[in-house]
Design a protein around this ligand. Structure first.
Ligand code: NAI
Length: 249
């Protein structure tokens, strides 16, 4: 279990309604944090308290498109004001719109960059103001193996995830002096609805590339995020932690 960053630590998790994000909410709750789960899907958010064992007031849910700059900024300010602090921001919301580069539509490029990368910039800009003021905080960006190594059929996705790594390092450098840390997690193939959507042949090929020969579980990623959110990683910033069964070495 991760240590708390603060007795009443408050965390915001984007894309928190399912998959990896849901497990991140679970880990941060079990570390004693108050968690605000943000997601597009209000239908899934409605079931989140049940899915997370009814944590009561320590869990709040907010339906929100994190590409809405004004709305997402206002939400972060509201959470920080309501609780008097903001300790952790996990930029986890992400999408794929895969296709070979030569046939990729502008819209698929722009949408993926907006959801995966621009939303993280919006979140960091807003959250860092509160974290700087309180002289502490931890920001975690959900990158990917694809962002480290590229991936056929994922020009948009891998560019967005590589962009997140650059954003992570710049954020770390700009805020290190104020004890605000920023790290990234780079999962490989994790068993979620995102990877369920892959054709079986692609899954078989993927499995062959993983030294550990199996897909990871969302909880494998969530535990790495909880570590980076906690004081246990208090001297780490600007790092990219791979959780991928040994794919990226
Ligand atoms: P998922 O598709 O199961 O969950 C993503 C969540 O983000 C969904 O609940 C969705 O509603 C939400 N979301 C999407 N767009 C949003 C928006 N504009 N505003 C608010 N919420 C939005 O995906 P999964 O697999 O849990 O992935 C989570 C993160 O991990 C993503 O950033 C993904 O790129 C990354 N990742 C996943 C890997 C995998 O193998 N599953 C591998 C590497 C990275």
């Amino acid at each position: 279990m991760a240590e708390k960053t603060h007795d009443n630590a408050v965390a915001i998790v984007t894309g928190g309604a399912r998959g990896i994000g849901l497990e991140i909410c679970r880990e941060l709750l079990s570390a004693g944090m108050t968690v605000v789960a943000v997601d597009l899907r209000d239908d899934l958010l409605a079931g989140l308290p049940d899915a997370l064992g009814s944590p009561g007031e320590r869990l709040a849910t907010r339906a929100m498109d994190v590409t809405d700059s004004e709305g997402f900024t206002a939400l972060i300010d509201e959470v920080a004001e309501q609780h008097g602090r903001l300790d952790v921001l996990v930029n986890n919301a992400g999408i794929t719109r895969d296709g070979l580069l030569m046939r990729m539509e502008d819209e698929d490029w722009e949408m993926v960059l907006k959801v995966n990368l621009t939303s993280a910039f919006i979140g960091i800009r807003a959250a860092s103001r509160h974290m700087m003021r309180q002289r502490g905080g931890s920001i975690i960006n959900m990158a990917s193996f694809s962002g480290l190594e590229g991936n056929r059929g994922q020009a948009n996705y891998s560019a967005s995830k590589a962009g997140l790594i650059g954003l992570t390092k710049t954020t770390a450098k700009e805020f290190a002096g104020k004890n605000v840390r920023c790290n990234a997690v780079a999962p490989g193939f994790i068993q979620t609805e995102m990877t369920d959507a892959l054709p079986q042949q692609a899954k078989d090929v993927a499995q062959g590339l993983i030294p550990m020969k199996r897909f990871g579980e969302p909880s494998d990623v969530a535990r790495a995020v909880a570590f980076l959110a906690s004081d246990a990683s208090g001297y780490m910033t600007g790092q990219v932690l791979s959780v991928d069964g040994g794919m990226h070495m």
